[in-house]
Structure formats: structure tokens, C-alpha cells
Design a protein around this ligand. Sequence first.
Ligand SMILES: Nc1ncnc2c1ncn2[C@@H]1O[C@H](COP(=O)(O)OP(=O)(O)OP(=O)(O)O)[C@@H](O)[C@H]1O
Length: 285
Amino acid sequence: MTNDTILKVEHLSMKFGGLMAINDCSFEAKRGEITALIGPNGAGKTTVFNCITGFYKPTMGMLTLKRSNGKEFLLERLRDFEINKVAGVSRTFQNIRLFSGLTVLENLLVAQHNVLMKASGFTVLGLLGLPAYKTAAREAIEKAQYWLEKADLIDRADDPAGDLSYGAQRRLEIARAMCTGPELLCLDEPAAGLNPKESLTLNTLLRGIRDEGTSLLLIEHDMSVVMEISDHVVVLEYGQKISDGTPDHVKNDPKVIAAYLGVEDEEVEEIEEQLDHATVEGGTV
Ligand SMILES: Nc1ncnc2c1ncn2[C@@H]1O[C@H](COP(=O)(O)OP(=O)(O)OP(=O)(O)O)[C@@H](O)[C@H]1O
């Protein structure tokens, strides 16, 4: 595994009873890049995500995460909390999961609970008096403030999370995941339900996260977001990878076009010919 690869998925398969949801799927995500996992409904994107983040144990295959210090972890062998704590992988979900009654700032402090408890020595006295706890508490607030600025939420820090608009709640979830200091951030449909303005703010946040060195893996249906921010796109159909490359490459791949249009395999050649024709005429599809 080379140094610029953060995640290597090899021969991943996941069976639910008689249904092969993922069938021998392999791909890589590069360090410092935004990798998007796309495909029609039911293609298996969420299942791949759930295997990487420990919600499912794969039926077969290897999921290797390489941290920047060179340490490698086989994710399928870790318990789900270790995937975050030890391997440095954080995730968000399709449906928003915030503590809506807590303030925006409190949501980010709860995310840092483990660090704070460790600094307290797990005792009440530690919470009240240990200098290590005071330092950790100050650092936790600083980190929360940093991500609130990045997520354009600093003015809402003291408002209940449930009062935020949908787009702002999505950004808060991402800020919360970033407060755990991940090396790989996995986002499940971050742009779902956002209006165009909120999508643009999200794109800026995600690019900022990448530019600061965190690698991203996202599932996304909104092609404007995928094409705009991804460095690398992996396309699934019926649990198998059908294309893999730059946004431009997959956008023009006849197999991808056929999968999204829902045409039969025999029609792919026809689409390929049409594409060749369009390219000769100087257009793109
Ligand atoms: N826990 C489960 N038990 C049984 N079948 C499942 C389970 N999770 C997913 N599946 C099935 O696996 C296949 C892939 O589903 P998955 O949700 O991974 O696809 P997806 O690409 O994320 O779809 P969508 O874009 O609609 O969210 C589907 O046929 C789905 O019904």
C-alpha cells in the first residue's frame, strides 16, 4: 500500500441472506483527496460505507486504513468504536443525528467527551481540579470554535441545534465529526435536501477540510456537488464497481451513462458510438 493511499478496499463482498449487496468490489481512496462513491439507488453505496465504518462486518474482503504515521489497520477486524478512536475514521449519516436540545457549541463538546474524560482521570476530583482537565477543556472549546468558524456557524454557537436550518444542521454534523480529529471523514449524502445556496456553502466547507489534510469519502446523489468537489469518483451498480477515475472520466464513461439511464448492456455499445460521434463533433455529454 503506497503512502498516498489512505483506504484500500479489496474484494469486498456483503451478503444479506440470499442477496449479494456487494460483490467483489475493490477501490482505493487517496490521502488528501475527496473520493465520491456514486451509483443508482440500491447499488450498494451505503453498504460499502457501513462496512468501512464498522456498522456491518463484511462477508468477505479486506479494508485497510493507513494513517499518516504509517500504521495500518484492518477495519473489518476492529470494533466500531475503535474504527473512530484507533483508525481515525469518522462518519455522518443520511438522517441528521444531532442532540437537538443542546446548543450548537455543546454538540461539539460532547463529541470530545472521550478526550475530556481521559484528562479527568475518570474521577470527579479530576473534573474539578486536575490541570490536565482544565487544559483539555480549553483545547476542546478552541477546537469547537475553530470548526464553528469553518462551518459558518459561529454566530449560532449558543442556539439549540434544533433551531438551525437543515443546511446548517448538516454543517454542524460535519463540524462535530471534525472535532474527533479524523484522518478519513465519511459523509453519507451530505448535500441531500440542501438548497443551491446551502450546497455551495457545503462545497466550500468540504474543500476546506480536504485542503487542511483530511481525506474525504462521500456518497452523494447530487451530481453538481460530486462533479464540483471530487478528485476521484467510484461508480457502483448492482454491488460491483463499473467505473473509477476523475469526474470527467466517469461522466463520459458509457457504462456509467447506461447505468444511470437504466439501459440494457447491449445498448452500451450504441451509447459508446453516440459518444464517439459527439466527441468528433467537439461536444461532450
Ligand atoms: N440490512 C440489510 N438487510 C437486507 N438487505 C439490505 C440491507 N441493507 C441493504 N440491503 C440491500 O442491499 C442492496 C444495496 O443497498 P444500499 O442501501 O447499500 O444501496 P445504496 O446504493 O446506498 O442505495 P440508495 O442510493 O438508495 O441509498 C439493496 O438491494 C438493499 O435492499
